[in-house]
Design a protein around this ligand. Structure first.
Ligand code: CA
Length: 247
């Protein structure tokens, strides 16, 4: 099998994964299994190297160990989310047994999924593929200009929202919030993050504003806005969108 001639060629055909892990054996294990599946793999043994690689050329996905010397994985995760270029980058956490899973997937960290060590490489590869499929589906829907799932249909170009076939009259900011949620399903976002992503970093709006807009949005799209199924409150963290509720 011949190698693609240029970096551009490789970029076009192979998804790139950055493995951040201080244990060489584990890096090697994950790398071996990913390369066998056609992924391009880069490695970093610590936080500073990882952040430098992310800054230079963001990969398509990051596999991130939590227990790293020096800078903890949690801090790397936070920095990835805070940087606009990598804010949406899928992150798969490698965690030791006994780590609080809520905290791992919670907002401070903003991870997308996790596997517990010792893991099966096959499991890691399957999770990575699922995360990349999800990420690709979001960007495909965006470029197609529509979102359609179960009861909900959105036309991003004409700002039209249909729930159970009935047009809903959303204010612009409610529409933008809904658009953000459907394009970033399952992950939990804090009010501050939603303000950054939907309102823009430089606006001076209180985090409570997000609650007001979520409440109005629920009135438009939920069957029962007192018992929301789509836009879920994650206590003392923020909100997440649950596409499963759409059917
Ligand atoms: Ca480690």
């Amino acid at each position: 099998m011949s190698q693609p001639a240029t970096a551009e060629e490789r970029r076009g055909t192979r998804a790139r994964v950055l493995i951040v892990e201080d244990e060489a054996d584990i890096r090697e294990l994950v790398r071996y299994n990913l390369e066998r599946e056609g992924f391009a793999v880069e490695e970093a043994a610590d936080g500073p190297v990882a952040l430098e690689k992310l800054r230079r050329r963001p990969p398509d996905l990051v596999v991130l160990d939590l227990m790293l010397p020096g800078m903890p994985g949690l801090e790397i995760c936070r920095q990835i989310r805070q940087t606009r270029e990598t804010a949406q980058l899928p992150i798969l956490i490698l965690t030791a047994k006994g780590t609080e899973v809520d905290k791992v997937l919670g907002l401070e960290m903003g991870a997308d999924d996790y596997v517990v060590k010792p893991f099966s490489p096959r499991e890691v590869v399957a999770r990575i593929k699922a995360l990349l499929r999800r990420a690709n589906a979001s960007s495909a829907a965006e470029s197609a200009g529509t979102y359609e799932r179960g009861r909900l249909k959105i036309d991003f170009g004409s700002y039209q929202v249909l729930v159970d076939g009935v047009p809903r009259d959303l204010a612009l900011r409610e529409f933008e919030l809904l658009k953000f949620f459907v394009q970033h399903p399952l992950r939990v976002y804090t009010r501050e993050q939603l303000l950054d992503m939907v309102w823009g970093r430089d606006t001076f709006v209180e985090p409570r504003t997000v609650d007001v807009h979520v409440r109005r949005l629920r009135q438009h799209i939920e069957r029962d806005d007192a018992n929301p199924e789509m836009i879920l409150t994650v206590r003392s963290v923020g909100y997440r969108f649950n596409p499963e509720a759409l059917g």
